[in-house]
Ligand binder design. Sequence first.
Ligand code: SIN
Length: 524
Amino acid sequence: MFNIDFIETEVLIIGCGIAGASTAMEAAKSGLKVTVVTKYSKLEESNTYYAQGGIVSLGKGDRPELLKKDILETGDKINNPEAVEILAKEGKKCVEEILIKELKIPFTRTSPDSLDYAQEAAHSRRRILHVKDTTGKTIEEKFIAKLKSFSNVTILSDFTVVDLLTTPHHSKNPSSFYQKPRCIGAYVLNNQTRKVLKVFSAYTVLATGGCGAVYLYTSNPRGAIGDGYAMAYQAGARIVNMEYIQFHPTSLFHRDADSFLISETVRGEGARLKTKEGFTFMENYNQKREMAPRDEVTRAIYEEMTNSSSNYVMLDLASYTKIDIKKRFPNIYQTCLKYGIDITRESIPVVPAAHYCCGGILVDTWGRTTLNNLYAVGEVACTGVHGANRLASTSLLEGLVWGVRAAKDIASIFSPKKNYRVSDIHDWYYPNKEEEIDPALINQDWLSIRNTMWNYTGIIRTNKRLERARADLDYMQHRIDRFYKEARMDSKVVGLKHGIQVAMLINHAARNNLISRGAHYIKP
Ligand code: SIN
């Protein structure tokens, strides 16, 4: 297959977390020929895999209106009310039909007939379904197993999407300029052969997840560099609200622990934040204390850290809970123990980390972007559900609901008619003299991007910091672009090009919004 330079499919899905996988599953059920591409060699690798807390549903005595109210309040009421309504109304049904009935996710129960609902910050009641503290991993593994059972689904793992294919942009045919721009697939790099394949598709769905890894500290896996935002931007789709980067208050602070989240459900079970000296402090910031919206908790921690010149604060669960910690949080317990911290007896050193992008590629209620035939679902999309800040545990649900919606929409309008000829589309251009990449250069560029974003476009922003970041990122982008044109194709080079673009998008949005709101905070 990989000596050929193109393939054709009906639906191309880029990314394989809950959003991509649910789109793929629904599209496959309608009989469409689906191709899923993931840059990872391990199919399950995605932000979804690392989600600990859970997925929002409706708890006992709960109603969609109550969930809607909490989402709007957390989002500082700049959410899209129509999208919030859809999530609140359709969410529970999707969870029951797809996750519980079809995929048989073994959600934690209090008894054989009752599901256990966890509490997280800014939720007015307990409504988070979870599989202990490995909810995302369990969901992801079941989805992948299911996708493998469809004969009309092809999964290409270890393939990096380089660019979206669009007409007229990639067309050699001058008459294509009279047609509306549209997405016809993607240029996809085979990470093994380092050759670029054209994947043509009637519909393309971006489900590439978020971009936390453009920051120094993040709860996301290191691959979450925002490929989808960068490619959609290059292709001309509209991107909005990128300044609203949500920082999770508590990731494990340890020299050897890269991006390990300490779930908010730990605070939901009573854990208190303390200074290194052992004093609680959240009561000085918000009467909801540890259960205040996470942007407020994050800023309080940041302030405490700054005032005491400390790199972390402590999270104490052991002194405040009666639950069986090992049983409720086996993953967090085991991971902390690996680093020498016994959370049943001692406090956990924690630091805030970039966690979730509330903005993204603007989509409608069916996941359609502003570019024809291109859809976006999950974190990379901005449905407007989250507004300026995301309510905890709504992201898996949003990915699921919009994944299903996008697939249904595609199936209902699908037509195999093409308005281009494959031979009219440019092959990938390889430079005459391809330069081998020097990993030291890539590492240094990433360090610069991540530090610049953390310090100058991070939790607390000022005009001066943002301006400084713009100048530094601008220079880096110029250098990376030049390097990209000459380098031998490689997923690391592609990642760097996408990463710097995403950093620029976040910085640009932050500089252009002088109003502090939700996750975007500008100190006057
Ligand atoms: C957590 O478990 O704290 C993360 C949940 C989320 O961000 O939705």
